[in-house]
Design a protein around this ligand. Structure first.
Ligand SMILES: [Zn+2]
Length: 66
């Protein structure tokens, strides 16, 4: 499962592992260190999506899109 998000600084699209959720990552383009959201909504979405093997998109505010 991939975790798709974007840098809050330069808005570059980033493709990360779901294992990176709730970790701090450095943007490969601008070098900004930012924290990936780890919200209740994300956990709920992951629970729902685990069996479906879908990608999940989360924006810098923690909004989750399946
Ligand atoms: Zn960036």
């Amino acid at each position: 499962m991939r975790l798709l998000t974007k840098c809050p600084d330069c808005s570059i699209a980033l493709e990360l592992s779901i294992a990176d959720a709730d970790r701090r990552k450095r943007c490969p383009r601008c070098g900004k260190l930012f924290r990936l959201p780890d919200t209740d909504a994300l956990h709920k979405a992951l629970t729902l999506l685990q069996s479906a093997q879908c990608d999940v998109y989360v924006d810098e505010k923690g909004n989750v899109f399946g």
